[in-house]
Write a protein that binds this ligand. Sequence first.
Ligand code: ZN
Length: 331
Amino acid sequence: MRLGFDVGGTKTDAVVVTPSGEVVARMRRATGWGADAVVGTILALADDLMREASLTPADVRSIGVGMPGQVAAGSTVVTHAVNLGVDALDLGPAVGRALGAPVTAENDVKAAAVGAYALHGAGRAGARAMAYLNLGTGIAAGFVVDGALWRGVHGTAGEVGHISVDPRGPQCRCGQRGCIEAFSGGGSIAERWGRPGDLPVADVFDAADAGDPDAVVLRDGLVYGVASAVRILVLTGDVASVVVGGGVSALGDRLLGRVTERLETDAADSPFLASLHLADRLELLPPGSPAAALGAALVSAANGTRAAGAAVPEADIPEPDISEEKAAIHG
Ligand SMILES: [Zn+2]
């Protein structure tokens, strides 16, 4: 069995995954603030999950943890997880020693990409390549090829949020103008909307429906940014599908309907774009999908495994082996 965790800014999602990739138990808990509290949340959920699924520590072959921060390939150190109050946290010793199984850390969007591929991408006939587009406070994507992440040389493959799609567009925090994230990121929308409310993006869509001209500009910009991201992901990766998830995607068909309309309008002017069938490749991750926690477990399965029946190690956490992933990408 594998354990997978998706540590989010407000709650942590945890799953038990069978060797065939099936989720057999799932639990959620509020995430604590700061490195110690994050580790405490993971360990408490691991206890609960093992009890729920009647597992002992010896049944757990590997553990994957997705977090909203930077993770160097093959490292268990998560850095710059600002939404969690974590500057740097080495999950290998902190979680692996307590639970006695090898730990793999992964950026949460990349983990969700792997999970979304397992849940949606692989089901398409001949679908060897999929992109996952995460619409949250920021915008990022992940490419999955034959079930493995395509990271690029420095792990920045899929960082489409900072591609500028309008040199006169809104200022982005990265220093450019008109980035996809400046148009479509929940953080940028909230900042530019500037009115109180818990769900600024939903408020913008409501106000736009009611005819507020400022809201219409923001909503249409958001739709333009997402449609641009879909076009870029298909044109660079020729992916079979672009699966959309993340907090902003909770708008569901209110968002996807407009993005589809935008893609079809653009295609009406361009036989080339029309030939790509962009709108047909768009899919929405259902709300509450376990994609990120499942993906974290699957990434851990590809990286490091304690042999069945082997003693639970005290402190010997193996280096993740990424050769399998490389073989999948290049094969
Ligand atoms: Zn930017």
